[in-house]
Design a protein around this ligand. Sequence first.
Ligand code: DAH
Length: 342
Amino acid sequence: MIDIEGKVKEIMENGLREIREAKDIDKLNDVRVAFLGKKGQLTSIMKAMKDVPAEDRPKIGKWVNDARASIENSLDLMREKLDEAQQEAFMKAETIDVTLPAKTPIAGHRHPNTIALEEVERIFIGMGYEVIEGPEIEYDEYNFTKLNIPANHPAKDEQDTFYITKDILLRTQTSPVQARVMEKGHLPIRMISPGRVFRSDEVDATHSPSFHQIEGLVIDRDITFADLKGTLDVFAKELFGPETKTKFRPHHFPFTEPSAEVDVSCFKCGGKGCRFCKGEGWIEILGCGMVHPHVLEMCGIDPNEYQGFAFGVGLERIALLKYEIDDMRLLYENDIRFLNQF
Ligand code: DAH
């Protein structure tokens, strides 16, 4: 008769040895299958039991069960050990090297338009002005009619204005905010209103269908052209330097009377004439005037009691001048090599 006890012992010892030699969990699973699985070595002994005399079966059953228990126990211990080792290996691999230099965070840059706007806002807030915004989608009534711009004015042509309906359009100027603020009737008024405006223009170095303006409006008793001149002179000196001189040239805007365009002495050459000011010595920067009495009336203000002045500045114009940028398109292209310079 074959030596079953010796065979079981041999299987067990082989099993225990293979468990000891297992390097990882996968290998350990292979061992489990090879010895304890359905077709495993110990299982096959149990299967052969039917050929054994009945009186020997309990004895053999005990050997096999003991061997199985021993292998299972050993498998459990080994599994624990391998798990721990794996954890440790993970931890080692995960170690953070605190001596590595940190990634330098890339700080963004303010857009030249934003820098120029904040500069203008700073100057006027310093003189007690409020900053008030108005809608970019505007009624024809506010954009034109209430500003004394008659129905046959060329600015109302579809070639110049983006219409949404007959009565609603993309505002062509920030001036409608004047009417909106005056209508509210909280006097006196001292405000600037920056924002985007739209005109049906072809893109080139000095034109864009969308650009920005800053409107200004002051309404109070006893406001004269001298207040307008003084205010804009301070503004020009703050913006372009204390040596800056201003020149008021008569002009026409429908909503102001009298109206003027303002030039500043060239801050490059001091007024002598250079390439920058095209030899003029002066650079045009804005439009302004005394608010037209009819505009005041249309907005519910009595022109005999209150007067005021208004002005409108192109924001891009200021940014281009201040940073000596020669093409407006650069302001909209979002080229990081350009923006990085500010
Ligand atoms: N709205 C004018 C324009 O777009 C600019 C302007 C001129 C605004 C004179 C004013 C002003 O408030 O008084 O051309």
